[in-house]
Design a protein around this ligand. Sequence first.
Ligand SMILES: NC(=O)c1ccc[n+]([C@@H]2O[C@H](COP(=O)([O-])OP(=O)(O)OC[C@H]3O[C@@H](n4cnc5c(N)ncnc54)[C@H](O)[C@@H]3O)[C@@H](O)[C@H]2O)c1
Ligand SMILES: [Zn+2]
Ligand SMILES: [Zn+2]
Length: 364
Amino acid sequence: MKGAVLTEVGGPLQVLDLELDPPGAGELLVRVRATGLCHSDLSVIDGSRIRPLPMLLGHEAAGEVVETGPGASDFAVGDRVVLSFVPACGSCRRCVSGRQALCEPGAAANREGTLLGGARRLRLPDGTRPHHHLGVSGFAEYAVVSEKSATLVPADLPFEIAALFGCAVLTGAGAAFYSAAVTPGDRVAVFGLGGVGLAALLAARAAGASQIVAVDVVAHKRALARKLGATDDVAGGPDAVAEVRSLTGGGADKVIDTTGVAAVLEQAYLATGAGGTTVTVGLPHPDRTISLPALSLVAEERTLKGSYLGSCVPRRDVPRFVGLYRAGQLPVHELLSGKLTLEEINTGFTRLEAGEAVRQVVVL
Ligand SMILES: NC(=O)c1ccc[n+]([C@@H]2O[C@H](COP(=O)([O-])OP(=O)(O)OC[C@H]3O[C@@H](n4cnc5c(N)ncnc54)[C@H](O)[C@@H]3O)[C@@H](O)[C@H]2O)c1
Ligand SMILES: [Zn+2]
Ligand SMILES: [Zn+2]
């Protein structure tokens, strides 16, 4: 099969011929049909997220089950599945307390670049075994995954829409519904209007926010945010804090930062009002630190929290969010900027980096 492999930091991705071992115990062979380009892939390419190389990237995918490994009983051949980026074992301390996004064996496998069971199923012609990206490695025609990475979706959900649920929608909508717990009447601000930020915006609207201030340095993303329900928009930069505070009458109740820029996380905190919650979803370079006025946490009863995979449980939340999509309340198809072939993948990442695209999807 063909797959897009990162062999050295800086890229570009190389579309190579690979072989795939058959699925092992608890694993599935999936014919991948669509995989989205996320900034987290770009962060691996540019070295902001350090992962073992070579690695076959792509972690937001949808496809069809073509073979089930021994004991893989959650799915049948022909099932349409969404693959998400944390395989949740279901039985560790975190999983049993409902924090599947923090599954301990899942996180360890993701760090090591293996599947949940510890295996690497990919092989290059010279015998090298590329690492798996977050248990998915979706920029390829086929993927062997742990069945714990997969969620069943309706057979008539188009693959390029289904893929978005695997990362952008779970992460963004989960950040708004669960981490920020947006409630009717909330004044919300979203910093960063990529796939994740716009999914958060759609969910904030669905949850009944009375005001949504959309912040981004890119004008056409602010325009799209307006079309999707933002009530106000603000150009990112040094004045953004004052503008959000002024528009929201002294600071927003809920602020969601999806920029991946530590300095913007500081801005998001400062744009939050008394009693408010700042949620951060972006993944800055691991060396970055932030500096915040410490007193405000107590005197203003402020909350600052991180949100991984939107604090979602994929097998609970993919069906929930697909239901909202079908009811017209979460129009995630609006996040799609375009479709690419696998050969066009580097052009897609150049566009993502330049701020020209929201969610592009490789169709396989
Ligand atoms: N927490 C998680 O589980 C999770 C999951 C997926 C992605 N992520 C991370 O979330 C972030 C967003 O991902 P994405 O795919 O939507 O990325 P993206 O590149 O599509 O969007 C980021 C947006 O931030 C904007 N931005 C940059 N600097 C800004 C500034 N100074 N002020 C305002 N806006 C600014 C960019 O213009 C862009 O529109 C990335 O850091 C990604 O790694 C986290
Ligand atoms: Zn992602
Ligand atoms: Zn677990």
